[in-house]
Design a protein around this ligand. Structure first.
Ligand SMILES: Cc1cc2nc3c(=O)[nH]c(=O)nc-3n(C[C@H](O)[C@H](O)[C@H](O)COP(=O)(O)OP(=O)(O)OC[C@H]3O[C@@H](n4cnc5c(N)ncnc54)[C@H](O)[C@@H]3O)c2cc1C
Length: 263
């Protein structure tokens, strides 16, 4: 990533406007809500003595124990960067996935504490200048874009911003109502939900297909866009290649590659 990080006035980010060096912290689970089939919002409290100052797009890495070994798994921060003592994560429960099954099964009743390293990551918002911003996500790849949208709306409200969000089924769409409300209230923000398997009853009125088609249909030329891509590895690779074909500038295409789980 060669561009400078967004040099916005960020009073809400407190005394560390460029983010905070990561360190290990203890996160106490306060709620665990299944917001769509197999998709959970997990909310954690940080100690008041150890607030988290993160840049929208950054993530936390949990240290978990598996058969006596420490394994790590990372999750993008889904909540507002203006909240420093509480973070929410959007976690998809992967079939047979070790960490996601464990996390989604946690009960907040006993306020379990998890050890995590945070904040991490360079997939952060760049100053768009006079360019438009195109955000492309599938599934829970939406997570880092929620705090990014909040920052753009606050500090670059005139910038045209497009969010293309793909899912297979309409039922998997999370945060849909909030995004629709945001696009109604923010004239330069455009939300394009796309599903690949629409219901047979014709009740889905939005775009059908894959996010790549929706983006290329709307933007045959991306030379004036900053493109941010987050989601499954195949989609990220395809969308990155497509952005280059559509004349996107290599140094203005930013990807969050989640890849295979790290052990
Ligand atoms: C920077 C970063 C940010 C991330 N942010 C998020 C986030 O906000 N929300 C989130 O849910 N995940 C996020 N991930 C992915 C997350 O770290 C884990 O990889 C994911 O939860 C699966 O871990 P697991 O231990 O449950 O599965 P594992 O036990 O590692 O894998 C079990 C099996 O499932 C497959 N698998 C792994 N991931 C997926 C998947 N997503 N879909 C289908 N099959 C899969 C594996 O190939 C393997 O075969 C992020 C990853 C990175 C690197």
């Amino acid at each position: 990533m060669t561009a400078d990080a967004l040099p916005l006035p960020q009073p809400a980010l407190g005394p560390l406007p460029s983010g905070q060096p990561p360190h290990r912290r203890s996160l106490a689970l306060v709620s665990n809500e299944e917001v769509a089939p197999a998709i959970h919002v997990l909310t954690f409290d940080l100690p008041p003595t150890d607030p988290l100052y993160f840049l929208p797009g950054q993530y936390v890495t949990f240290y978990l124990q598996r058969e006596g070994r420490s394994v790590t798994r990372s999750y993008s921060i889904f909540s507002s960067a203006e909240r420093h003592e509480r973070v929410s994560l959007l976690v998809k429960e992967v079939p047979h996935g070790f960490a996601s099954t464990y996390l989604c099964g946690l009960s907040p009743a006993a306020r379990p504490s998890l050890m995590a390293l945070a904040p991490l990551g360079r997939f952060v918002l760049q100053d768009p200048g006079g360019r438009i911003v195109v955000l492309v996500a599938t599934g829970v790849g939406l997570a880092p874009f929620v705090p990014m949208l909040e920052l753009l709306r606050r500090d670059r409200p005139e910038t045209p911003v497009w969010l293309f969000l793909g899912n297979r089924y309409a039922a998997e769409m999370v945060y849909h109502t909030e995004l629709r409300a945001l696009s109604a209230a923010w004239p330069t923000f455009h939300f394009v939900p796309v599903i690949s398997r629409p219901p047979a009853d014709g009740s889905w009125k939005g775009a059908v297909g894959h996010v790549e088609e929706a983006v290329s249909g709307r933007f045959p030329d991306l030379s004036m866009a900053d493109v941010y891509i987050c989601g499954s590895n195949p989609m990220v690779s395809q969308m990155q290649a497509l952005s280059l074909q559509l004349k996107g500038r290599r140094d203005r295409i930013f990807v969050d590659r989640w890849g295979e789980s790290e052990e």
